[in-house]
Design a protein. Structure first.
Length: 94
């Protein structure tokens, strides 16, 4: 498994609240899809590790712990993000 990368997001300041730039034309080029997902409090939700595309994981509300485990290397990493983290997790394809 390719290990996840945490990337800082640019922050736009606004008197009514900050704005995080999640993606631009360069990062979305060729992806064609952008999804947002909700997770119920205190629940676990899995996702598919893609073979060809890089996943970009971010948090817009609440706090989420992302766990990455590689069975072959017995590798475990947990990354916790919330909106104030100003970060995005990039998960390269297999």
């Amino acid at each position: 498994m390719t290990r996840p990368i945490v990337e800082a997001l640019s922050i736009g300041l606004n008197p009514r609240g900050k704005i995080l730039k999640f993606a631009n034309k360069a990062t979305l080029r060729g992806s064609g899809e952008l999804y947002f997902s909700a997770i119920d409090p205190l629940r676990t939700k899995g996702w598919k590790l893609h073979n060809e595309m890089t996943m970009r994981l971010g948090v817009v509300s609440g706090e989420v712990s992302f766990c990455f485990y590689d069975f072959e290397e017995s590798y475990l990493e947990t990354v916790t993000l919330d909106f104030s983290s100003n970060a995005l997790i990039l998960v390269p394809p297999k």
